[in-house]
Design a binder for this molecule. Structure first.
Ligand SMILES: Nc1ncnc2c1ncn2[C@@H]1O[C@H](COP(=O)(O)OP(=O)(O)OP(=O)(O)O)[C@@H](O)[C@H]1O
Ligand SMILES: [Mg+2]
Length: 168
């Protein structure tokens, strides 16, 4: 069985007005099933660019110079948009830095979780009708220990405390 994630000699440049910036150079790493891997490096060393590249959402002007990224034996650079939809957000996900800013202030928590469920419903087999989305949203909030999920679903991001640790 192939390793879950296999990055080989991955080298990536980003084109800027001042010429190419060599952001990632000969990255090699393997993640096996069930394994946890931490990547540590100083600010600007390329951690985010690497993870975004794995998800196929690297900076617009980035160019892969060499190497490959394979997920479960599939070279990710060969995937079509339709094939990506079955993997991104379903089998590989990313929690972005400063996730609070990724919540849209104009929509409730329930609407935003529901949108993700709807977007990936077909691939994950989750029912996507409104009632089912709502129930699943509450279930997910409950799973991560958010108290009173039903109320939280109807709240807007600014109504949650940072970290939502107590009482939300
Ligand atoms: N869109 C872009 N255009 C030009 N350069 C970029 C772009 N995105 C990232 N970079 C450069 O790529 C390098 C790596 O940035 P990256 O954000 O991956 O670092 P990081 O290790 O995640 O840092 P931090 O620990 O601060 O999150 C930096 O020098 C950054 O300036
Ligand atoms: Mg980063």
């Amino acid at each position: 069985m192939s390793d879950l994630l296999e990055i080989r000699d991955f080298t990536l440049d980003i084109d800027t007005f001042d010429g190419p910036v060599h952001v990632l150079k000969n990255i090699n790493l393997t993640v096996k099933r069930g394994e946890t891997l931490g990547i540590v490096g100083e600010s600007g060393s390329g951690k985010t660019v690497l993870v975004r590249s794995i998800l196929g959402i690297g900076p617009k002007r980035s160019r892969t110079i060499s190497g490959s990224i394979a997920f479960d034996g599939t070279d990710l650079s060969t995937l079509s948009d339709v094939e990506w939809k079955k993997i991104r957000g379903v089998r590989i996900s990313m929690i972005f830095q400063d996730p609070m800013t990724y919540l849209n202030p104009l929509f409730t928590i329930g609407q935003q979780i529901g949108d993700v469920i709807a977007a990936h419903g077909r691939a994950t087999g989750t029912p996507t009708r409104q009632k089912a989305r709502r129930a699943r949203s509450e279930e997910l909030l409950d799973q991560v220990g958010i108290p009173d999920p039903s109320r939280v679903c109807d709240q807007y991001p600014h109504q949650l405390s940072g970290g939502c640790a107590r009482g939300c």
